[in-house]
Design a protein around this ligand. Structure first.
Ligand code: ATP
Length: 140
């Protein structure tokens, strides 16, 4: 059975264009409760750890550079079937292929600047929440 918590990052492209509040409005309209959010600046080392699964991909260095190029906003979200539902809400990785009305379609530019991240499994949602929040911050 799938869990009711997922994790998101508003990426530097969206934050620098002041899309953050509009994106959170869209997230809440889609039925998600924002349990906790905070502003973060990733170091190169943290970004490399967060995306370690993509180490070796041709886009890895660019991804790390992009994710460290400015502030991000991270958040834990709650809704039934959270992971799957949130990935439907944000749309496909490439904004050019994302469905109309999805967050990446509306706010993303291209695959390397796609505005938002959403966890791809319950296990990764927990890992990513622990990566960014202290245990005290996520006593939901
Ligand atoms: N071919 C690519 N070129 C450039 N960047 C890419 C490419 N594929 C993926 N990325 C970047 O790496 C991130 C992680 O890729 P992944 O395949 O995990 O996609 P995702 O699960 O949809 O995205 P995210 O993990 O950010 O929610 C993408 O969000 C995107 O920013």
């Amino acid at each position: 059975m799938s869990g009711n918590i997922t994790f998101t990052i508003i990426k530097p492209d969206a934050v620098s264009k002041n899309y953050t509040e509009a994106i959170f409005e869209k997230i809440e309209k889609a039925g998600f409760e924002v349990l906790k959010r905070k502003d973060v600046c990733l170091t190169k080392e943290l970004a490399e750890n967060f995306y370690e699964i993509h180490k070796g991909q041709p886009f890895f260095a660019g991804l790390v550079e992009f994710m460290t190029s400015g502030p991000i906003v991270v958040a834990a979200l709650k809704k039934g079937n959270a992971v799957e539902d949130f990935r439907a809400t944000i749309g496909k990785t490439n904004p050019l292929e994302a469905a109309e009305g999805t967050i990446r379609k509306v706010y993303g530019e291209m695959v390397s600047r796609n505005a938002i991240h959403g966890s791809d499994s319950d296990e990764n949602a927990q890992r990513e929440i622990r990566f960014f929040f202290t245990p005290e911050e996520v006593e939901f």
